[in-house]
Design a binder for this molecule. Structure first.
Ligand code: NAD
Length: 695
């Protein structure tokens, strides 16, 4: 099947790219374009050529699926196709609608003229995958829109509507509707005029301030993209348009592109791109699973989480019934929502009428009766099984048949909650992250009896409220918090053995984590974990053995909210200050347990904390709690401040090499008194032995 269509419109050959959904420039389409060009050149009746795509896409650029495969290198490669357009003796006009990005824009720059629909989306977004435009984009775009504008587009990867670029040499015309008639007319006009054809490569970049601007760009880019090599390479490539012969610049651009392709940062960004598209696809959940309608939502609890969860739906235009136990709590919750919106308004992100429109969508209530007609209820009350069971019993009595009943619990067993209802098939976990109106991650927790259409409906709803959703099975803490427990234990082990909180935080922040575990603990509040440990000890009927975090709480140090935790805080400031009081508590703990502190280097801190995550991730994968390793990466990247340039803990392990991870885990497990959880997970060992990786 050909991926281009060829037809004659009078004396013009019309080549239509026909490779849905976005005319990705894989080997088949590149070949199709070349064949069509050859045909047009060979036909003496053809005087001009128009190349176009669909309404949705001229072309979205390279076929990402081809990256790193033999097909990517198969001739004709994109630069060859572009040169064939550019060197065509018959004029070539591109007619552009929809997306025209990356290789798609580079292709259009090979034409002699371009006509675009005003709302066509124009970009060179390669930098977002840790790359640069590798088919002449860095050389041709500055020649048509100027050095500064081109550099900004290439370094940011931003998308502009064609209308914004009207008046530059990028477009000969910008049309309100279909650009094809204007493109065909232009082709005829160029033939009639008979002037020599203008190639973009022959234009000169005129910019008297070029050197000063480039120096400014280098400084700014270096300061704002410290973990990523691609943006600086973009500047380097664009700079060549000023002083290098065109063909040499193309060759060097290609070299820079291929160099970036092998960097771990680009690998990580491409992994994230693919992982986000894969997340949410479940092998046993067909794409055509019917969805339930969610037109009205109920939220229980207007506290930290309930308020943020409510805002997600208001933002999407979905009405919410918000229930609390007492009027006072309800008023407080609503006031917080209003304050959040008003802050957005002050920053210019919302108009005053939008604030009122959103608030008008909330119906506050103290009575369960108000949930009679909601399609979904999300419970965000205190983290106690008894309270949750009472809530779900009440919901079961009042909600209409087919309503979805969800819990935002962080740790509790969804199946036990579902069992308190007569409709466990309609129950699941929807685990939002704090602040719920900001954080992108949503863990969708599938209970043993959750119906497929309930799961599919919530995955679709997640998209609607702009979340990235990952499905988790039921276990203590689901994917993210279960792994976090091992990470926290590894960090605690380091403190016991001789590290300081500031050293552990510093090493992990230098690795790229948004915040180290101790700053994070102070922010979230240390009393929550303290209460959980007390409860668990009581439930197990054993005496609690206080850890250092408990000793801090015993001293009234709950974190930022009490002005001190692992660190101390000056009034009104969130800057952590290392505190001798904490060090005293740590020293006393070590003395009490006969621990002789040792020197610990930053490398060991990163190794232990990361491999603790990876090892638990491998267990989660083996148990089927996560469907794929990249889902775990998505959870960590979007919910736990894991650095994007590392691509998530599981990709990090792949890059380090699984045999190296296993060897280190065995070393930790073999230490005297080591926690058994350091034993490498069987799946990890198996993959390492088979020479395989997680991804
Ligand atoms: P919170 O204490 O801030 O809010 C809980 C609210 O629920 C309070 O306003 C309380 O008045 C109300 N409430 C309690 N029992 C109720 C009942 N029977 N009926 C109606 N309202 C009731 O707590 P939170 O931090 O918002 O946590 C809520 C849930 O979300 C917990 O299950 C928690 O584990 C989970 N969670 C919390 C976070 C977080 O970072 N805070 C993150 C993810 C999930």
């Amino acid at each position: 099947m050909s991926s281009t269509r060829y037809e004659l419109r009078g004396h013009t050959a019309l080549i239509t790219l026909d490779h849905p959904p976005v005319n990705g420039l894989g080997a088949a389409l590149r070949t199709g374009i070349m064949d069509a060009l050859d045909r047009a050149q060979a036909d003496p009746a053809v005087e001009a050529i128009v190349i176009t795509g669909s309404e949705r896409a001229f072309s979205g650029g390279a076929d990402v699926k081809e990256f790193g495969t033999a097909a990517a290198a198969r001739e004709p490669r994109l630069p060859v196709v572009i040169a064939a357009l550019e060197n065509s003796p018959k004029p070539v006009v591109a007619a552009i609608s929809g997306v025209c990005m990356g290789g798609g824009l580079e292709l259009a720059l090979g034409a002699h003229c371009r006509v675009a629909r005003a709302d066509a989306q124009i970009a060179l977004p390669e930098v977002k995958l840790g790359l640069l435009p590798g088919a002449g984009g860095t050389q041709r775009l500055p020649r048509v829109i100027g050095l500064e504008a081109a550099l900004n587009m290439i370094v940011s990867g931003a998308t502009l509507p064609a209308r914004q670029l009207e008046g530059t040499a990028l477009f000969d015309a910008v049309t309100d509707g279909d650009p094809l008639p204007a493109a065909l007319a232009l082709a005829g006009q160029v033939v009639a005029e008979g002037k020599p054809l203008e190639r973009v490569r022959d234009l000169k970049v005129k910019d008297p301030q070029a050197e000063a601007f480039l120096q400014f760009a280098r400084n700014t880019v270096a300061a704002t993209s410290k973990h990523f090599p691609a943006p600086l390479k973009c500047v380097e490539a664009v700079a060549m348009c000023l002083n290098k012969p065109f063909d040499e610049a193309l060759r060097l651009e290609r070299e820079l592109f291929l160099g970036l392709m092998t960097t771990p940062e680009s690998r990580a960004l491409r992994h994230v791109f693919a992982a986000e598209r894969a997340a949410g696809k479940l092998p046993d959940l067909p794409e055509d699973t019917p969805l339930r309608t969610i037109a009205k939502v109920g939220v229980i609890g207007a506290g930290t989480m309930g308020g943020g969860i409510t805002m997600n739906f208001l933002n999407a235009g979905i009405p919410v019934v918000l229930l609390e136990m007492k009027q006072e709590a309800l008023d407080k919750g609503l006031a917080t929502i209003r304050r959040n919106y008003e802050n957005s308004m002050k920053k210019g992100k919302l108009k005053p009428e939008q604030v009122e429109q959103r608030l008008a969508l909330v119906t506050p209530t103290l009575a369960y009766d108000a949930f009679k007609d909601v399609d979904l209820v999300i419970e965000a009350v205190f983290e106690s099984m008894d309270v949750k069971k009472q809530v779900f019993t009440a919901l079961d009595a009042v909600c209409k048949p087919g309503a979805i009943l969800a819990s935002n619990t962080s740790y509790l067993n969804i199946d036990a909650i579902a069992a308190t209802t007569q409709r466990p098939q309609d129950v699941l976990g929807l685990h939002f992250f704090s602040p719920a109106n900001v954080m992108r991650l949503l863990e969708v927790v599938r209970g043993a009896k959750t119906a497929p259409d309930v799961l599919a409906t919530c995955m679709a709803l997640a998209k609607k409220i702009k979340k990235v959703a990952v499905v988790s099975g039921v276990c203590d803490g689901f994917i993210g918090n279960r792994m976090l427990a091992r990470y926290g234990a590894a960090a605690a082990g380091l403190i016991n053995a001789g590290a300081s909180p500031q050293q552990v935080d510093g090493a992990l922040q230098a690795f790229g984590m948004a915040m180290g575990p101790y700053r994070m603990g102070d922010l979230a509040g240390l009393d929550i974990g303290w209460a959980t440990r007390k409860r668990k000890a009581a439930e197990a009927g054993v005496a609690m053995k206080p850890v250092i975090a408990d000793k801090l709480c015993e001293a009234g140090r709950f974190g930022q909210k009490t002005g001190a935790g692992w660190y101390r805080y000056d009034a009104g400031s969130r800057d952590p200050i290392p505190d001798p009081v904490t060090q005293g508590i740590i020293d006393a703990y070590r003395a009490e347990h006969g621990i002789q502190p040792r020197q610990i280097d930053d490398g060991e801190i990163v190794e232990r904390c990361m491999y603790a995550l990876v090892n638990e991730g491998a267990r989660i994968l083996a148990e089927g709690i996560a469907a794929r390793a990249s889902d775990i990466d998505i959870v960590y990247l979007n919910g736990y401040g894991f650095p994007q340039h590392r691509g998530g803990p599981m990709l990090y392990a792949d890059i380090v090499g699984l045999p190296n991870v296993v060897r280190a885990l065995r070393r930790f497990a073999g230490e005297p008194g080591a926690d058994p959880s350091w034993q490498p997970a069987p799946l990890l060992v198996q993959l390492a032995e088979e020479g395989k990786s997680f991804n």
